[in-house]
Write a protein that binds this ligand. Structure first.
Ligand code: NZQ
Ligand code: ZN
Length: 386
């Protein structure tokens, strides 16, 4: 195992009917900006629960943060924060609303020229405006990590930011909110969390047995609950496991002491930026090609994953590893997720070259766990995914 340091300061409040507890987490004298998305919270009762809990607080609202949180919209929210002298942010939504809130937490205290620099100049946020979250969509893990991904339509960019100042102070995880999530978003959530684990696991063996088994147990749990959650999102037992699995998949724990990859996400974000494809679906498009292209470097972990997670016990190490990639793609398909770029757009010619060029321009010339994934290799992977 590699040396590591681990600190995660986010308080998790998990369980049925726990949204009311936000009242005891937010400082009494706070002026709170409640941030939400396109309005799902007004149809499923979450908004009313939040309003009731905040009845004793001075609050302002900002709705309309779109999926893939848009910089231009967030800049409107930033104006509200400044004009209204807001002191505390509350995100009520999925990854997009939470990520948008993280950007605002950072931008509210940012002293540089333009907040877009936070993303393009990789400025880490050491201190942000304090915020909490009420999670409405299990998927990203944003509710318990310090990262965010922000989109700018004007330039077709989707860039990441983060830093120790961007952990939520608390996150409320009530699995009952899952009941109203459309099937497409449930499938996205399962796929995103599954791929988060793969990015931190599908590298090379380093003798970190406990980390491997944490990762494998999250994958196994997601596989087990996926059909139940899709069939009946009111199944509390299944949705509780689903929600906690998504949080555990990307709260920092399983990446400690082990090599990580994250190339699937780096490439996938470009597909969202260029074509607006749902985040999770871009991962399902890239992951199989990525694992096939980097087969030699990853085959030991692929075979271990195949054996332990999918019970693939027959054949040589190479055969098990190949079978594991096929089984993963089949799993995404079973969730209703297409795994080829051509399933999403007819306009894909030139995409691979464009992404490779962007990576070159940004100096992203050595991705992957061995820092050997150069833009020309990225180009080949994307072409394999057409
Ligand atoms: O906007 P509303 O009306 O709320 O509807 C949302 C949205 O349309 C809807 N939804 C959410 N909760 C619901 C619900 N509908 C009914 N009932 C509920 N309870 O679902 C739609 C998608 O929401 P969104 O927040 O966009 O989804 P997700 O949580 O998958 O977040 C995706 C974003 O997170 C980023 C992605 O790139 C993408 O921008 N990621 C953030 C990460 C992080 N911070 O650690 C890591 C991830 O890898 C990812 O990159
Ligand atoms: Zn993701």
């Amino acid at each position: 195992m590699n040396n590591f340091e681990f600190k995660n300061p986010t308080k998790i409040i998990f369980g049925k009917d726990t949204i009311e507890k936000i009242a005891t987490e937010i400082p009494e004298n706070a002026k709170v900006l409640v941030l939400y998305g396109g309005g799902s919270i007004k149809k499923n009762g979450v908004y009313n629960q939040v309003k009731a809990a905040l009845s004793q607080f001075e609050t302002v609202e900002f709705g309309g943060i779109p999926a893939n949180p848009e910089y231009a919209v967030l800049m409107e929210a930033l104006k509200v924060i400044k004009d209204e002298n807001i002191t505390y942010l509350l995100a009520v939504g999925g990854g997009s609303v939470i990520d948008g809130t993280k950007f605002l937490s950072s931008a509210a205290l940012f002293e540089g020229e333009t907040p877009w620099d936070i993303l393009t100049k990789n400025i880490r946020t050491e201190k942000g405006m304090p915020f909490g979250t009420v999670l409405t969509l299990p998927a990203t893990g944003s509710e318990m990590n310090s990262g965010a991904v922000i989109t700018r339509a004007e330039t077709q960019e989707k860039l990441a930011m983060g830093g120790p100042g961007l952990f939520p102070e608390f996150s409320v995880l009530d699995p009952k909110v899952i009941a109203s999530i459309p099937e497409r978003q449930l499938a996205n959530g399962i796929t995103d969390a599954f791929t988060h684990v793969l990015e931190q696991y599908m590298t090379y063996p380093i003798g970190a047995s406990l980390q491997d088994r944490f990762a494998e147990s999250i994958l196994q749990t997601l596989i087990e609950v996926a059909p139940k959650v899709l069939k009946d999102p009111t199944d509390y037992t299944a949705t509780a496991d689903f929600m906690w699995s998504c949080t555990m998949a990307l709260n920092g724990l399983i990446q400690k002491g082990v090599p990580t990859d994250w190339a699937v996400h780096a490439i996938g974000h470009e597909l969202t930026a260029l074509f607006g494809i749902d985040h999770a679906r871009t991962l399902a498009v890239i992951a199989p090609s990525h694992y096939k292209f980097n087969f030699e470097a990853k085959k030991e972990k692929l075979a271990q994953y195949g054996e332990r997670v999918w019970n693939i016990t027959e054949g040589s190490l190479d055969e098990k590893a190949h079978a594991a990639i096929e089984r993963t793609e089949a799993f995404f398909n079973e969730l209703g997720i297409d795994t080829k770029l051509s399933d999403y757009t007819k306009d894909y010619n030139g995409t691979a070259e464009k992404i490779a060029q962007r990576f070159t321009d940004r100096g992203w010339v050595a991705l992957g766990e061995h820092q050997t994934l150069s833009p020309d290799k990225v180009e080949k992977i994307v072409k394999m995914a057409y």
